[in-house]
Design a protein around this ligand. Sequence first.
Ligand SMILES: Cc1ncc(COP(=O)(O)O)c(C=O)c1O
Length: 451
Amino acid sequence: MKDSNFLKENNAKFLWHPMGHPGQLRTHTPTIISSASGVRIRDIDGHETIDAVGGLWNVNLGYSCTPVKEAIAGQLDALPYYSAFAGTTNTAAIELSYELQEWFGVDGMTRAFFTSGGSDSVETALRLARQFHKIRGDRGRTKYLSLKKGYHGTHMGGASVNGNNRFRTAYEPLLPGCHHIPAPYTYRNPFNESDPEKLADLCIQALVDEIDFQGAETIAAFIMEPVLGAGGIIPPHESFMPKVREICTQNGILLIADEVITGFGRTGDWSGSRHWGVKPDLMCLAKAITNGYFPFGAAMIAQDVAETFETDTSGAASIGHGYTYSAHPVGAAAALACLAETKRLDLATNAAARGREMFEGVSGLMDKHELVGDVRGGHGLMTAIELVSDRHSKTPADKAVAAQVAQVAYENGVMVRVSGHNILLSPPLIITPEDVQQVLAGLDAGLAAAA
Ligand SMILES: Cc1ncc(COP(=O)(O)O)c(C=O)c1O
């Protein structure tokens, strides 16, 4: 590795970062993380913090998961790569597909299509949904519905169903035929409704209205995150996703659960769909599937969707989609080790318990700091703090205020994520009660400094 002077000198000079302004990053250089262990990361100056971001919602097992590292090293020795395009496959991918249908069998998922990450998994699910209808002769079903505030990655398909203009406007025009429904976001919504159950019903009415308007026979799929993540951590009322499921079924629309964040225990259940008692038709996975140690993902497919493809004799079900790295053996080996560790450590149970502590703690900070307008969470280790400059008018706090909260929290030993005027917390699922208290103390210091 080059010395720290070289790295600081060249930080972001030749590297464009995702989700950042290339010019601004030259003057406001990113924090250089150089090592990590357990749930803690260290920057190039040796400053250590607890990682309340969990990498990017993906390092559920923390940074020192030896079985995953060994599985990767072992697979690199045995077979570092071979393609899964028609005609060949590899042992790790076969084993993983078996394990995943066991893991997500409760959610009705019986097949896996492997990808290189979340955006790929979303793209795959969107495409398979259209193809499903075409195989059945329902050729007019090409549109997609989704939630405002939803995040589904940055491929053209994913950006088109994305519900935040921050990820859309610069790249328009996007895919035609994508329509958005209000999110069940109690703090801000077009109905001025703060009761979660009533709001869920209003959003469902909006969904029904949009289906009537578009014509059910033109809609391929509805995609949603069981708990909205990057859009500000918005857990819907428990009635919402089951009602979406009902409406989709009634109208022949496939339900895609984007579980890129919520898969593998983050909500306190092994999937977000299971958290709400829903069986989707397609499920998007990535992130924690390999704990962030290798880029990997999967689109999971329900039995009846799979049967439509597998029993086709016309040729329409031939899949003209895939990636060079689909079913990558090293990713598959990493995923197998992650599944085993995730199960062995029962991370969903820890996520539920620590998530409750985190949510209660942050709610306590709301009583103390006027800057906190809303706190969302209570469903596993996903907690958001929405910062406002005035609680009455709910005026979003300035970006600089959120940045100051994060900076002071960092100086006090906690890395948090800033998204607009929200602070998002998604720590590794292995965190301890003491770690949670450290996160809360860091935030307390950050909020006090920015008041
Ligand atoms: C719900 C959801 N879907 C899709 C994606 C895209 O995943 P990736 O960044 O791996 O492409 C993300 C990433 O944060 C996500 O949160």
